[in-house]
Design a protein around this ligand. Structure first.
Ligand code: THU
Length: 133
C-alpha cells in the first residue's frame, strides 16, 4: 500500500460522510502494520455533540476489532462537493491518535494528488500520554 493509495482510500471513505449540519465531509484511511485498512468518515447528529470525526471512527473501528499496531493515517476533507487542499485533524483526534500511536507515526494530509506527511509529534507537540501517568 503506497501513501498515494491510502490517500485515495481516504477520499473514497469521505463519500460516506454524514454531515447534514456542517456540510463539511471528511474521510480517513488507517493502515495497520499487518496491511489492513480501516476507513472512517465524519458522522454528525441533530444534537451536535454526539458528532464523531472521521479519524476517530477509523481508529475506533480498528481498535474495537483488535488492531493495536498502526503504520499510517491518511485524511481528506472539504466542503460538500469539493476536496480542500489541506484538512488538518482536530485536537481531540490528535489526542486519540496519541493514545494508540508513537510520536513518529506518519499522518498524510492533503489530496491524493498533493499531500504532505507529518509525524504525530509535529501535529501534537508536548503531548500528554499514558507515559505521563
Ligand atoms: N471533522 C472531522 O471529521 N475531522 C477533523 O479532524 C475535523 C472535523 C468533522 C467534524 C464535523 O462533522 C465537521 O468536520 C465540521 O467540523
Amino acid at each position: 500500500m503506497t501513501e498515494r493509495e491510502l490517500m485515495a482510500l481516504a477520499e473514497t471513505a469521505r463519500k460516506h460522510s454524514y454531515s447534514p449540519y456542517s456540510h463539511f465531509c471528511v474521510g480517513a484511511a488507517l493502515l495497520t502494520k499487518g496491511g489492513k485498512v480501516y476507513l472512517g468518515c465524519n458522522l454528525e447528529n441533530a444534537s451536535y455533540t454526539p458528532t464523531v470525526c472521521a479519524e476517530r471512527v477509523a481508529f475506533f473501528k480498528a481498535v474495537s476489532e483488535g488492531e493495536m499496531e498502526f503504520a499510517m493515517l491518511a485524511i481528506v476533507g472539504g466542503k460538500e462537493g469539493e476536496v480542500s487542499p489541506f484538512c488538518a485533524p482536530c485536537g481531540v483526534c490528535r489526542q486519540v491518535i496519541a493514545e494508540f500511536c508513537p510520536k513518529d507515526f506518519p499522518i498524510l494530509l492533503g489530496t491524493k494528488e498533493h499531500f504532505q506527511t507529518f509525524t504525530l509529534e509535529q501535529l501534537l507537540p508536548f503531548s500528554f500520554t499514558k507515559e505521563d501517568l
